[in-house]
Design a protein around this ligand. Structure first.
Ligand SMILES: [Zn+2]
Length: 180
């Protein structure tokens, strides 16, 4: 299975670091998690391509041209309220495959973090018309790992990078088993 990983926003935060808060930049966290996920998936025998780019069309064109079987975009959430917390995963409205991969990843993150932080909310699966899930030809999802704008969530993003990566990788391998 060919897995396309897209850490959100621009490499090294230039020109777009994404959301910033509590001393963290979304582009950096997404890149760290994506790099680790790539390693775990390659170790599991999957083909992986990772691209972080400020150009959304470059991302979806590359995934489509490569013939990816599944697409995962990695982001951090942000809200005006400093109290908003939790993980949520998006897919394109009506996409059955998108909802499947979103569900596999959401389940693994929720399961892993239930032990790390029992107060970490499961915000569930959502649908959204985001560019990268709309313009990819394969099942696609976008995971919002946690809120960079919340102090407790930011601590998870800073210190539990490897737990996020393992959970996403397990979600992808769960998906592979489900479709094979
Ligand atoms: Zn983002």
């Amino acid at each position: 299975m060919k897995v396309f990983l897209n850490p959100g926003h621009a490499p090294n935060g230039n020109p777009d670091p994404g959301a910033c808060g509590n001393g963290l930049r979304e582009s950096d966290i997404a890149a760290q998690v994506g790099h680790l996920v790539e390693g775990y998936l390659i170790a599991a025998g999957l083909e992986v391509m990772t691209l972080q780019s400020d150009s959304l069309s470059e991302i979806t064109d590359t995934a489509n041209d490569w013939g990816a079987d599944v697409f995962v975009s990695i982001h951090c959430n942000s809200a005006a309220s400093e109290f908003a917390r939790g993980v949520e995963t998006f897919s394109f409205p009506g996409s059955v495959g998108g909802r499947d991969i979103a569900g596999c990843i959401q389940r693994q993150i929720v399961g892993a973090f239930a032990e790390i932080d029992p107060d970490f909310p499961d915000r569930g699966l959502k649908e959204a018309n985001f560019y990268v899930v709309r313009n990819t030809d394969m099942p696609a999802c976008l995971v919002e790992l946690a809120f960079i704008s919340n102090e407790e969530d930011a601590a998870l993003l800073k210190f539990q990078v490897d737990d996020y990566a393992r959970a996403i990788a397990r979600g992808v391998t769960d998906y592979e088993q489900a479709i094979s």
